[in-house]
Design a binder for this molecule. Sequence first.
Ligand code: FES
Length: 148
Amino acid sequence: MATNPQAATQNRSRLLAALYIAQEQYGWLSPQAIQRVAGRLGLSPGQVRATASFYTMFKLEPQGKYRIQVCEGLSCYLVDGAETIIDHVSRKLKIKPGGTTPDGRFTLEVVQCIASCGTAPALRINDELYERMTLESIDALLERLGSE
Ligand code: FES
């Protein structure tokens, strides 16, 4: 634990960056990752976990190899993309939004605008953006990723 109030404040201000780095490194914030971050910053695991659980970008459960983020923002919704794509991917992978396939390959997330409104409907898989998606292009993409 940090011994003086100023150090504790500085370490708390570093917490989001540390959580981001840990998640990038481990894929999710496991109890071990939380423990490591807490140890490095002189915070309690409870403090770290409480902060991580507040932000949806931090994942406290194992994630699939491919995190499919389907946008349900207004532009994607208006081109009849959001709900149709979410339903399609959900049916195809047999998981609900927030779920991960049993083989650990895919996680499906529903997110808000991913800054590709002009080329809606859009989705992101890990750090890759996919634009002007159709059900056919999604099927081809899932097939390719499913065999990699
Ligand atoms: S609303 Fe979907 S990318 Fe902006």
